[in-house]
Design a protein around this ligand. Structure first.
Ligand SMILES: C[S@@+](CC[C@H](N)C(=O)[O-])C[C@H]1O[C@@H](n2cnc3c(N)ncnc32)[C@H](O)[C@@H]1O
Length: 288
């Protein structure tokens, strides 16, 4: 973890290999993707036709989480692994709920995600309240300095840290070990009291038996593409919240997390059962 002193270098744009941000963008119907990304996405979809709905359900959890957090009084958001903005983004959802008041910093290490977020903020943001930074979640101290360096986040006020669909992307240290949980523990310490931590992550536990095999294939396809992933058991995901108290309804399948916070008219995603959504989601609260 303390390779933090030698920050992970920003990744160059690589159009010869798929990127997880651009593949996800394609799944969500965006256009910030290249042939190499679409080819992997189509191979994934061939094995896992529900993948588009799974990605959308995850994105909709993000929107509902932001609405709920604004309702709880949160006005500062740090969205790590924010991705390529498609279908609406954190600052837009927060703006609808708390016009002119919410502050949002986006963080990603994918240059295409960062560039598209910058363009979106130029069009729809307020540079006194919104920013995007390039940083790597594996170096929490460096990342947090970058976030605070924007001047947008007040470190003495509660912050909602969003880690949405990013921790199932393998976060290797130089030896290849996954740094995800250790990094999250550091973020829990860095957050001011009364802050919140929202996490969503693919699990391979409790999923329908007919999907278990496909999940293995999915992992293989991602791993072979140079974008290794990790599916975690429910207890491992729960541990990511440390001593933060989980808000109701706890850690649950994305469609079950406060469906009443959906935007009016938002199309419902049809899963045969909620566990077909494959992603567990929750929000923890740091003691005040
Ligand atoms: C599947 S996308 C999720 C995007 C968005 N959070 C959502 O749920 O809709 C994962 C994002 O995490 C980013 N990411 C992966 N590893 C990262 C790291 N070490 N540091 C920063 N961002 C990372 C990827 O570039 C990608 O944009």
């Amino acid at each position: 973890m303390e390779s933090e002193h030698e920050p992970y270098r920003p990744r160059p744009i690589d159009l010869d290999r798929p990127s997880i941000a651009r593949v996800y963008d394609y799944l969500l119907g965006g256009d910030a993707n290249w042939a190499v990304d679409r080819e992997l996405a189509e191979r994934l979809l061939a094995k896992f036709p529900l993948l588009r709905s799974i990605a959308r359900a995850n994105r909709q959890f993000l929107y509902r989480a932001v609405r709920r957090l604004v309702e709880l009084g949160v006005r500062q958001f740090v969205d790590i692994g924010s991705g390529i903005p498609t279908m609406g983004s954190t600052h837009q959802v927060a703006e609808e709920s708390a016009p002119g008041r919410a502050r949002v910093v986006y963080v990603d290490n994918d240059p295409v995600a960062v560039a598209h977020s910058q363009v979106l903020l130029e069009r729809t943001g307020d540079d006194a309240r919104h920013a995007v930074v390039t940083a790597d979640l594996r170096a929490p101290a460096v990342l947090w300095d970058e976030v605070l360096g924007t001047g947008i986040i007040d470190p003495d006020q509660p912050v909602a840290l969003l880690l949405i669909a990013v921790l199932h992307v393998r976060q290797p240290d130089p030896s290849g070990a996954d740094l995800g949980p250790a990094a999250v523990a550091r973020y829990r310490d860095l957050l001011p009291p009364d802050s919140y931590l929202a996490i969503s992550q693919v699990t391979d536990e409790g999923v329908p038996t007919d999907l278990e095999h496909s999940l293995g294939t999915l992992k293989q396809l991602y791993d072979d593409s140079g974008n290794p992933v990790i599916w975690r058991a429910r207890a491992e995901i729960a541990r990511l919240f440390g001593d933060f108290a989980l808000l109701e309804p706890g850690l649950t399948w994305t469609p079950l997390w406060h469906p009443e916070y959906a935007a009016p008219g938002q199309p419902e995603l049809a899963f045969p059962e909620p566990n077909h959504s494959l992603i567990l989601a929750g929000i923890g609260h740091k003691p005040a």
